[in-house]
Ligand binder design. Sequence first.
Ligand SMILES: *Cc1c(COP(=O)(O)O)cnc(C)c1O
Length: 434
Amino acid sequence: MRLRRAFSTSVAKVIPIDSELRTRAEARDAADPLRRFREAFHHEPGGPVYLNGNSLGRMPLRAADVLARTQSEWSERLGRGWNEGWMDAPLRLGAKIAGLIGAEPDEVAIAESTSVNLYKLAHAALAIQAPRKKIVSDALNFPSDLYVLEGVARAFGGELEVVPSRDGIRIAPEDVEAAIDKETALLALTHTSFKTSALHDMNRLTAAAHAKGALALWDLSHSVGAVPTDLHGAKADLAVGCSYKYLNGGPGAPAFMFVRRELQEKLVQPIWGWLGHAEPFRFGLEYQPAEGIRRFVSGTPPVISMLAMEPGIDLIAEAGMAAIREKSIDLGSFLIELWEAWLEPLGVGLGSPRDASERGSHVSLTHPEGLAITLALKEANRAILDFRQPDCIRFGLAAVYNSFGDVFEAMKAIREVLETRSFEAFREKRVAVT
Ligand SMILES: *Cc1c(COP(=O)(O)O)cnc(C)c1O
């Protein structure tokens, strides 16, 4: 009797906990108000759990229709296509993105990549801030942003000051405030950190920049489509961001840039291309910048990838940023709960703020074997996550298509990889894109 009881309780200890968590995940999914959006995206039958939408979002099914339509426009309309919607797309789609980030429709344009847009706006900002020539950013910013900012600062004979992180997860706002001084031309920060998911307080830091006479530029790459932002509410001057992450715009989809209306006529961006000219088709020999946001555009828009972005933007707008944020927080809290129950005892750390109000829409877990673990999960066709040096495994939570069941399955898979040590076979493996 005694033995049997002891035996059945020890079994009961493991299985009901997992199944209870699974049942909870299923109940959350059944009650999810965004549930129908999952079916708007392509899912490979029997494919792995995809928690990588912070790097490249899933493909909206409607994007395939847009690509097919664009292909026939290309083949049948050819050059007539420019006047039949192609040339207007950068501002038309920019206006749609404006609605997601707290901007006015005539304050956002789509062009180039985030890095190039950052260069153009930072350069334009330094040009009107002379003799100030210092840029302030932080050590958790995306390295491409830091490279671009340093290049711009040096081109003006200035320097980039990088505010360090005290805990490796966040940047203390008071440290940013202390770095902004009378020499500072521009404060350029990324709202949600690509690695740790830590959020900056946009209102507070924009106000701190303005108080010292600096302009404030925000990179929204990991926020747009995931974390509500109110650029006007914060009085932000400039912003840039990606469209292929939580906006699901597709690989290499062009980026966006925001310039507050009152600044548009004052700023002159450095790449004086014909499509930012007041009258591109007059082909005059003198550069005359266009009025409004169009002056920040340089060359011909990448029509195919730009049009393919639209369904992703529309789906995010239909779902609504408030509902997206609410679900994203719930997914993240569930993930952290599973981490605590299953993975913390196995030596996995939490590399993101625990408090949801300080976190964007991904959660990072840390482990010294992080790369081998993500490769083992991919190879076993269990979960697609990504890895950022030195030890950071990122779980991107895209509220429009990820479920609580996805979180459960991915966390269960990583637990099994750790328990069976199947990651050991991947220690020596090298991949170009992690
Ligand atoms: C993803 C990302 C980029 C990407 O820049 P591209 O020039 O579009 O490749 C830039 N900045 C941040 C903060 C990002 O997260």
